[in-house]
Design a protein around this ligand. Sequence first.
Ligand code: CGF
Length: 842
Amino acid sequence: VEASIPEPQREAWLKNQASGFKGKDEFEKEVVRHVETTLARSMFNCDETAAYAATSLAFRDRLVIEWNRTQQRQTFADTKRVYYLSLEFLMGRALDNAMLNVGEKETAKSGLSDLGFRIEDIIQQENDAALGNGGLGRLAACFLDSLASLDYPAWGYGLRYRYGIFKQEIIDGYQVEVPDYWLDFNPWEFPRHDVTVDIQFYGYVKKTTDESGKVTAHWEGGDTVRAVAYDVPIPGYATPATNNLRLWSSQAASGEFDFQKFNSGDYESSVADQQRAETISAVLYPNDNLDRGKELRLKQQYFWVAASLYDIVRRFKKSKRPWREFPDQVAIQLNDTHPTLAIVELQRILIDLEGLDWDDAWNIVQQTFCYTNHTVLPEALEKWSVGLFQHLLPRHLQIIYDINLFFLQTVERTFPKNREILSRVSIIEESQPKMVRMAYLAIVGSHKVNGVAELHSDLIRTTIFKDFVTIFGPDKFVNVTNGITPRRWLHQANPGLSDLIATKVGGPELFLKDLTLLNKIELSVNDPAFRKAWAEVKLANKQRLADYIKTTTGFTVNPKALFDVQVKRIHEYKRQQLNIFGVIHRYLKLKAMTPEERKEVPPRVSIFGGKAAPGYWMAKQIIHLINSVSKVVNNDPDIGDALKVIFIEDYNVSKAEIIVPASDLSEHISTAGTEASGTSNMKFVLNGGLIIGTCDGANIEITREIGEENIFLFGNLAEDVDDLRHNHTYGDHKTDPELDQVFDAIHGGTFGSVNDFQGMISAVRDHGDYYLVSDDFHSYLETQDLVDKSYADQELWITKCITSVSRMGFFSSDRCINEYAEMMWNVEPLQPETNIGVAKGE
Ligand code: CGF
């Protein structure tokens, strides 16, 4: 690398190369320098916001130096890279993570203290980077952390939304959405105004034929929007490797507004083009597991994949390798179907722009892509109308039709005269209007497809993608059970527990790199001092949450009570309604008891949190019911500490970091077969909480790992769901009598006007109870009784918690990434000390 600097200047460059701060004195110096020069603030007037900004900039300097080196190393090594395409990256805060990953948190703590600040206060100044809805986006963030920590040469590609997921306010018990303008000050990104790509929309297709008779398509006309790159460094833990997350922002292709219109007095429309272009990356669609089919969303998808592919192809072309080597250098992972257009775009680049034959190009495409499916819910499976495609992306529609034709021809050859299978697997759904089925396109254009937990992968193989297993064979469909990064979800969120574990395992840098080492703590399960320390850590975490609840809701909760938590997106299939109906049942039971009897029941705090999609009426009704119950129960003098109900406003990643370590019990109670995996279930168990759950998603593998005796499972199984639903419609379906009592209380006005909650009751009683709330209610209550009994025996409870944590090693996202790398991507880590050889050029 050094040799690329001309000899006469080399010495000056090398002598002065940046290294970032080392040690406390240099850290302090850097912070003060950033306060005074970068922020142009007087050091006599530095508040917490400025101290946060300066600390972040000091760490950013460190990261960016390693980031430059990592990129150089990867370019020189010229090995295969992974590109993770995700429309969502739910990163949360970056400063704490950066401090931990580069191993300088103690330096910062003591340096900030010298300067008059508490590190905890400084960390809290940061806005969450909330570019995601829930599990899918947070999974992508965990994967970036693991990719860097394991030294894989990898880039993430996403959109730089100006507004992330909305902020939730609860006003009079109702959810109100407030825009999340998070970019006010973001020290973690580098605008790359020199890295831009012009993206075409609309227009028409012209075909030309050359002398040899070869036909070439030309996509002409239409609008152009400019994509500008913003780079975010992603530091690995205990490695200098720092990867890149490239987020695209949209702006008008000319970069300016229309001066002619401006000068002629047409002020408003002079900026209209600019605003229209900026709209593309303006806002994250706030739907989780729901496809709404809006044109702007398809525009976002194409804008982002086209810019990313341009970048990837440009990088590949610099190596001057032949096209057939593209899949040896590039693996592209499609996180859900949102980036499926990348398949079509690469085929277009290869045949229209690079002149490859269809078959050669298609072979390259298939070898390059892999697709992750995250759901079997029909309402979440993306489809786009053919008409919209024709209008927005006319050339892509032609290519999709050709992909489909060639695919169906091979199906016809294997299953002659089987018209049903042809129409079932066709990428084009022959409906009114015709639709493009994105999941099918993703399967056909990829060489591997994975589900995200064993049950889920089995379900996709046997239900929604069954025909494709018959066509392509079973090897194309694999399982990679989700995981979480232990850096954020143990070490950062729960420093007390991490330190305690370290006393038995030999330092965080060991188990945070290899989470299976947690099994060593099982040897200490009967050690009284360890158990005592364990209980103290949990109590301190609960006290921290109790304080947070007090300041944000005004309610006082007893930290010795059982903290029962359900935090996740509000969705009927996740069944927060089952939980709140259970809470009402508990309340009615407590009300019917004498004060003496009440004292015998272990006190409980039921904690909820989560956002409802703005247009999801039923989910909003659930939030309203929880808040109405909270108001009644928490102010009922008969009840006191026996039961408190809390709704935590605006649940997000940094709140999860306070909530997860404080739980005794968390709820993962989706209707069996509906939750693909879940990842918060893993976070809660890793933090020493037990779970109550259905046999769904990754709950099943958690049970397998930690043992049946350490989890509270209940409810019907996935294989019974269809029969039960059938029976609801055609059989004699009666609501569970205990649930009837709950409904009677709601009807009686105990929690306000019944009109506000009628929809929730009717969904169970009159509309077929699709989510089996009534079917599972009795089993749920019985299991909650069992929880009460188990919690009363604290000795046994702690044994269950320690044992469970010790067996959670499997759920590290490092394990997932290694599985993806081996089974799907065929990439190797690039150790920092690798001999970098001769550069092929970036
Ligand atoms: O992806 C989800 C989540 N809601 O974002 N799906 N989507 N779409 C699933 O529902 C979760 O079960 C899963 O854990 C997550 C990540 O794979």
